[in-house]
Design a protein around this ligand. Structure first.
Ligand SMILES: [Zn+2]
Ligand SMILES: [Zn+2]
Length: 326
């Protein structure tokens, strides 16, 4: 089992909120940098009490497709198609240099969207290969320590993988150490990410019928002009109930969402390397109303759904897979 330790790998602070959440709109599986198979995640979420789940793997709808096209949903869960796109915040002054854009309710068969995601995945591969080359030139070759990795899997080619190889080669003591000294911004092995910017990500999600939402943006209260700008482009929501936000941050970011006119979403950002799903679930409360509001936003993005409201006969809405209807 890989031990992923990226920015999501930190152990979140438990929220003071109580009550059993039935909604989780942010999670990862082995189809990106999580450690559970999609089926395992669904079962763990259902066991914890989740009834509405979005798997938001980086640049990939593979988990959704597998689960929905498979013989049966393994648990009584409504699965919303989801994705997370790490967008390059060029020209925007942010602590991270990236804005993570979640998308919900896209048509999983949309060819243009799949092509855009494939391009993102190949940009990740190029960055990985460049980083290995830069480290080799800097006298820190890690090639011999990548042998056990399936390099045909774009989703494995993240910087945590490089960090682990640097540890194996004796150049770093931990993945955090590798990021801090070697491959993080300003380090001798740092290679800039390429790929979509926030407006491209928002537009791609919308063009596939999805609802774009800005993830875990704790800087929101000081970035209201940026949020208004992104809303102009089509941003529809802000992740408010995020697992590592303390109660005060949830309230502040929630107030910003209301002020700017963005819907609130929420989720565990579960990857699986730090704790069990049940532990993550116990530390986060996402109100049921958050799931209901997102469902409305997805319906509003779907012309077929609009046709239902007009009273025209149409096929069932494909955006949300519900195991109870299977
Ligand atoms: Zn993220
Ligand atoms: Zn995430």
């Amino acid at each position: 089992m890989p031990s992923v330790r990226d920015r999501h790998g930190r152990r979140p602070r438990p929220s003071a909120d109580s009550g059993v959440s039935t909604v989780d709109l942010h999670s990862h599986t082995l189809r990106s940098d999580g450690v559970l198979q999609p089926v395992e995640l669904i079962r763990a979420a259902a066991d914890a009490g989740i009834r509405t789940l979005a798997i938001t793997d980086h640049d990939s709808l593979a988990a959704y497709r597998e689960l929905v096209q498979g013989s049966a949903m393994p648990a009584p869960i409504e699965l919303i198609p989801g994705v997370e796109i790490n967008a390059l915040a060029k020209g925007i002054s942010l602590s991270d240099g990236e804005l993570h854009i979640l998308g919900f309710g896209m048509d999983p068969d949309d060819q243009a969207f799949e092509a855009a995601l494939a391009k993102q995945r190949s940009a990740r591969r190029i960055r990985f290969e460049r980083t290995v080359a830069v480290l080799r030139d800097a006298g820190m070759p890690i090639d011999a320590h990548l042998g056990h990795i399936d390099l045909t899997r774009d989703d494995a080619l993240g910087r945590p993988t490089i960090g682990r190889a640097l540890i194996a080669a004796g150049h770093a003591t931990s993945v955090e150490d590798a990021f801090r000294r070697l491959i993080g911004w300003g380090g001798p092995g740092y290679v800039a990410r390429e790929g979509m910017g926030p407006s491209e990500a928002i537009e791609a999600i919308r063009a596939a019928g999805g609802v774009p939402v800005l993830a875990h943006f704790s800087e929101a209260p000081s970035q209201i002009p940026l949020l208004r700008e992104l809303k102009e482009i089509g941003l529809a929501g802000l992740e408010v109930h995020y697992i590592s936000f303390d109660r005060a941050t949830v309230e502040l970011v929630g107030a910003v969402a209301r002020q700017v006119g963005l819907i609130a979403t929420g989720g565990s950002d579960y990857h699986g390397d730090t704790w069990t799903y049940a532990e993550a679930h116990a530390a986060l409360h996402v109100p049921d109303s958050v799931g209901e509001r997102l469902r409305v936003a997805i319906a509003e993005r779907r012309p077929r759904q609009a046709a239902v409201e007009d009273g025209r006969a149409v096929e069932p809405q494909p955006g949300v897979a519900d195991s109870s209807s299977r």
